[in-house]
Design a protein around this ligand. Structure first.
Ligand SMILES: C[S@@+](CC[C@H](N)C(=O)[O-])C[C@H]1O[C@@H](n2cnc3c(N)ncnc32)[C@H](O)[C@@H]1O
Length: 280
């Protein structure tokens, strides 16, 4: 059977650096975009309201499923990433689920189960520059595993919101926050906040520029929030949708990190994670 990792298509998530000689096998190392649900499709369905994550989709049928237990069972608590200060529940090559076919995957589109290179760089930056967020009100949108929000809380942010529209991600964020001793200091929400007028001192966006459409919507929102004095940090490994998007002209590079060997291998073609400040 095709493994979960082999059933990936990296169409939209892949970095600009693809080389003609690279085999498809190499391009499909990372569990990010499943063959039946390319991320762009999932993103569209999420936006149109037709996307349902595993929890909602199977809500009636699987009320008895204990997602906390499932997350514990199917992930490994790991520090093998750019921010070893943080312990995170992630699906790694030591987890059977890594090799499971998508049809048998208990979680639907578990982006929260991977620590994306953009998020790793952004979180590294926060841990190294804690004074930026100390005593500030911070929101991490598209929080995934919650690492950036957790780092902000660890660095003394006054208030932290970790937001992700996937309810299973919300639970994973809570579990990761507990693991790192910052729960309940973090507020967790699944509301779709993109486009809404909010006030935060800091907005954190880790790896959120994965297709043109979401990039357009996020950029418009960033313009609005920056006009309200929100400082915006973006973590991104230079994905094509960020590089080719008008947003690129509004980003000032503030840090670059060499990704770990494992992260490079899993994210074929990416070697660095970058942190940018949005300058409207
Ligand atoms: C590529 S992952 C990045 C996760 C994390 N920031 C990181 O870097 O590891 C994108 C995340 O954004 C979430 N997402 C997508 N659209 C969203 C929206 N409108 N509001 C909040 N989260 C969203 C997805 O569920 C997913 O967890």
């Amino acid at each position: 059977m095709k493994s979960l990792s082999d059933s990936l298509l990296e169409t939209n998530y892949t970095a600009k650096a693809r080389h003609g000689s690279d085999s498809m096998m190499n391009l499909t190392r990372r569990i990010k975009i499943f063959s039946k649900s390319p991320l762009s499709e999932v993103a569209k369905r999420k936006r149109s309201g037709t996307y349902q994550c595993c929890t909602q989709q199977n809500h009636n049928a699987s009320r008895s499923l204990d997602y906390r237990e499932l997350i514990k069972k199917h992930t490994e608590v790991t520090t093998n990433h750019l921010t070893p200060e943080l312990q995170l529940h992630l699906i790694t090559p030591t987890c059977p689920l890594w090799y499971t076919g998508i049809a048998d995957c208990i979680f639907s589109d578990p982006y929260w189960a991977f620590y994306w290179p953009g998020g790793q760089a952004l979180t590294r930056y926060l841990l190294d520059n804690g004074k930026e967020v100390a005593d500030k009100v911070v929101a991490d949108i598209g929080s995934g595993c919650g690492a950036s929000a957790i780092a902000a809380a660890m660095m003394g942010a006054k208030q932290v919101l970790a937001n992700d529209i996937d309810p299973v991600a919300a639970l994973a964020i809570q579990m990761n926050a507990e693991l790192n001793g910052v729960y309940p200091n973090i507020e967790i929400s699944t509301e779709n906040l993109i486009g809404h007028s909010k006030h935060w001192d800091f907005l954190l966006l880790g790896d959120m520029f994965y297709d043109k459409d979401i990039s357009d919507r996020v950029l418009e929102w960033m313009d609005m929030l920056a006009g309200q004095n929100t400082k915006i940090f973006v973590g991104d490994p230079c994905r094509i949708y960020m590089l080719d998007h008008p947003i690129r002209t509004k980003l000032r590079l503030i840090a670059e990190y060499d990704l770990t060997d494992e992260c490079k291998e899993e994210n074929y073609g990416l070697s660095s994670g970058f942190v940018w400040e949005f300058i409207p």
